[in-house]
Design a protein around this ligand. Structure first.
Ligand code: 5GP
Length: 217
């Protein structure tokens, strides 16, 4: 049996990736969300077992030791990982499991699940990304600055991905990802000129310098 390929979504913070991942699985019998384990405290409105499995550090370390995680990484000083059971149960049901994970995790999935579709989500512009990052209102400036620094780093990984999708409109984006998964299209990552990514990174670097020079996290 060929199993339904996992779909890995990676993106810098402020891209709307999590909303997109949830929208993709809503009311769909083909896509299911992979609920990660994390040591990060829950944000307002996040539910344990739905958005994440919120665990303490020793529980997370025990999962790593038991080989219970298909991939894991330290992101912004917290630990995040994909329980193997999330991949296995989706495979049993013939569903595409949607992983909302960071670039380090995406690389690990690339190695262990070669048929996975790796999709990098880009925000439509630096301005929109900043609006989303600040508008969420859940992070202090020092945290926003830290996420901007990671974004600068993560954007370098675009060429390692199979596809790039620009989140300019959520419904269009969902349709594009569905097309990628069914093999009917999608923007190949290689088709995005590296200069565009560099222009984007330069824009973020300027904002970091100008607005967050005192926010060292
Ligand atoms: P947040 O704390 O904003 O929910 O997530 C921070 C970052 O961690 C995001 O890029 C998110 O995709 C990533 N992340 C969430 N779950 C996992 C996971 O299971 N593994 C890895 N490697 N990254 C994850």
């Amino acid at each position: 049996m060929t199993r339904a390929a996992p779909v890995v979504l990676a993106a810098p913070s402020g891209t709307g990736k999590t909303t997109l991942a949830h929208r993709l699985v809503e009311g769909s019998n083909r896509f299911v969300f992979s609920v990660s384990a994390t040591t990060r405290p829950a944000r307002k409105r996040e539910r344990d077992g739905v958005d994440y499995h919120f665990v303490d550090k020793s529980t997370f370390e025990a999962m790593v030791a038991a080989g219970a995680l298909a991939e894991w990484a330290s992101v912004h000083d917290c630990l995040y990982g994909t329980p193997r059971t999330e991949l296995d149960s989706a495979a049993l049901r013939g569903e595409h499991v949607v992983l909302d994970i960071d670039v380090q995790g995406a690389r690990q999935i690339r190695e262990s699940v070669p048929e996975a579709k790796l999709i990098f989500i880009l925000p439509p512009s630096v301005e929109v990304m900043m609006e989303r990052l600040k508008g969420r209102g859940t992070e202090a400036p020092v945290e926003v600055a830290r996420r901007l620094r990671s974004a600068l780093d993560e954007l370098r990984a675009v060429p390692e991905f199979d596809y790039v999708v620009v989140n300019d409109d959520i419904e269009r984006c969902v349709a594009e990802i569905e097309a990628i998964v069914t093999g009917q299209g999608g923007g190949k990552a290689g088709s995005v000129p590296i200069e565009n990514i560099e222009v984007f990174r330069a824009g973020l670097a300027r904002i970091l310098d100008r607005e967050f020079e005192n926010a060292n996290g």
